[in-house]
Design a protein around this ligand. Structure first.
Ligand SMILES: [Zn+2]
Length: 277
C-alpha cells in the first residue's frame, strides 16, 4: 500500500489552516518528502510521523515556499541521531543551492547527505521507480512520478487446469521460464500475468507545456495545483488539488467546483489528510 500524507497544502503564503507545501509518501521502508516548505517538521510531528524515518527528499524547485523547511529538518535529523544516508534530489542548480544553504547555517552534520540533480528515471528498486521531468517555470522545476511496479502473478485458474505442482517448477514459471514437467512443455506466458503499475504524479508551479501530458499519463493519482484540463488528456484516474491560494481560504469549494466541472474525479486536500492506494 502507498500512503500519502499531505503535510502542507498552501501556496506561496501559509495561512491559519494551510502550511507551506510538503507531501509525505510511504511505501514499505521508503519514506519520502516531496518538497519541504517552512513548518514541515511540525506538520510531520502533528501527523504522528517520525522524521528519522525519512529516506529521500524530492525538491520540485527552489522557490522558498517549497524548500524553506529543509535546513530545519536537516538540523533535527542531526540532533535526533539520524544514522543513514539522506538522499536529496532536485532540478539543475540543486547542488549549488544546497552548498549555499550549508554556508548560511551553522550546524553539525553528522550523517551523510547525497545530493543529485535529476532528470529521467533516477532511482529504481524491484518494487518501484522514481522519475523526474523538467517543467516550465521561471526557475528550473521538476515534476516527479512514483511508480509502484505491478508484480508478476500466477493465474490460479490456469494453474489448476495445468496440473503443475507447487515448488521449484512453479518458481521457474513465475520467473518467466518455460518448463518441462512429466515430458510436457509448459509456457510461462500462458500461466502468468503482470499486475497493473500504480502511478502517482506530482506537479507544482509549472505553466502548461507539451511534456506534462505524456509524463503523467495514466496516473492513478495526479497531484497538482491547478487543473490545466490535464486530467482529461492524461487519462488520470483521480486529480488531487493542493497548493491552494489564500484567495480560496474561506471558500475552497469554489476551486473544487471549477475542477469538477472539467474532471469529475477531482478532490481537494487539507493539511494532514491521508490518502492510501
Ligand atoms: Zn514556484
Amino acid at each position: 500500500m502507498i500512503k500519502l500524507v499531505f503535510l502542507g497544502t498552501s501556496d506561496a503564503t501559509p495561512s491559519i489552516r494551510r502550511n507551506h507545501t510538503s507531501i509525505f509518501l510511504n511505501y514499505n521502508e521508503e519514506n519520502m518528502l516531496i518538497d519541504c516548505g517552512e513548518g514541515t517538521q511540525r506538520q510531520i510531528r502533528k501527523a504522528g510521523l517520525n522524521p528519522c524515518k525519512i529516506t529521500r527528499i524530492l525538491i520540485t524547485h527552489w522557490h522558498g515556499d517549497h524548500v524553506l523547511g529543509i535546513p530545519g529538518i536537516l538540523q533535527t535529523l542531526s540532533l535526533t541521531g539520524y544514522n543513514k544516508t539522506l538522499f536529496i534530489y532536485g532540478p539543475k542548480g540543486t547542488n549549488e543551492f544546497m552548498k549555499n544553504l550549508f554556508k548560511t547555517f551553522v550546524f553539525t552534520k553528522n550523517y551523510p547527505i547525497e545530493i543529485k540533480e535529476v532528470e529521467g528515471k533516477f532511482f529504481e528498486t524491484n518494487d518501484f521507480y522514481l522519475e523526474a521531468e523538467l517543467m516550465s517555470h521561471n526557475i528550473s522545476c521538476n515534476a516527479y512520478v512514483f511508480v509502484k511496479k505491478g508484480k508478476i502473478k500466477i493465474d490460479k485458474k490456469k494453474l489448476k487446469k495445468s496440473g503443475l505442482p507447487h515448488g521449484p517448477v512453479l518458481k521457474k514459471i513465475k520467473e518467466g521460464e518455460d518448463v518441462i514437467y512429466n515430458k510436457k512443455k509448459y509456457s510461462a506466458k500462458n500461466l502468468i500475468f503482470k499486475e497493473n503499475d500504480e502511478k502517482i504524479s506530482f506537479i507544482f508551479d509549472t505553466s502548461m507545456n507539451k511534456k506534462i501530458v505524456s509524463f503523467v499519463k495514466n496516473s492513478d493519482l495526479l497531484i497538482c495545483e491547478s487543473t490545466f484540463a490535464l486530467d482529461i488528456k492524461s487519462k488520470s484516474k483521480k486529480l488531487i488539488l493542493t497548493h491552494l491560494s489564500q484567495r480560496y481560504e474561506k471558500n475552497p469549494g469554489k476551486i473544487l467546483d471549477e475542477a469538477q466541472k472539467i474532471f469529475k474525479k477531482s478532490f481537494l486536500v487539507n493539511d494532514l489528510d491521508v490518502i492510501e492506494i
